[in-house]
Design a protein. Sequence first.
Length: 178
Amino acid sequence: MSNPVVAQRYALALFQLAKEQNLTDKFDEELRTIKKVLTQNPGFIRLLQSPKLSAREKRDLIKNVFQNASAPVMNTLMLLTDRHREDIIPEVAEAFIDLLNEGRGIAEAVVYSVRPLTADETKAISEAFAPKVGKTTLNIENIVDSNLLGGVKVRIGNRIFDGSLKGKLSRLERTLIS
């Protein structure tokens, strides 16, 4: 089985448990934190996959790092560790977030801009682009990119809406060349 399929199965089980216990928001917050920690520290997953650490040491390490996680989330992390699937923990978190967002009509978006966006600008972008992808709202991550020259570039899933000055100049250049 490929990793996305396995991650989807674990995420679905965790999602169903979260819905039964009415803890979807808590699990969402915890899994976003776990995903952020693991993606910002790829050496941590390599450490967990090291054959030099015993299973007990790996479990203790996870318990220490994610000590504030709820019991079901911690149990999922322990299960993944016991089955030598530490590498898919970020994928499980991402799949859980996707399941939760799908039910709520939310899409994850990355907005590239020349400067940090204000709350009003973030809200306006969400209102403008959410209907274009069939969602009610966007969960926006803002990345400052000074290479854009001006405007914004919005990435929602595999769709990119380029309203940046650099993008417009590139399109104009292609039009003039052809």
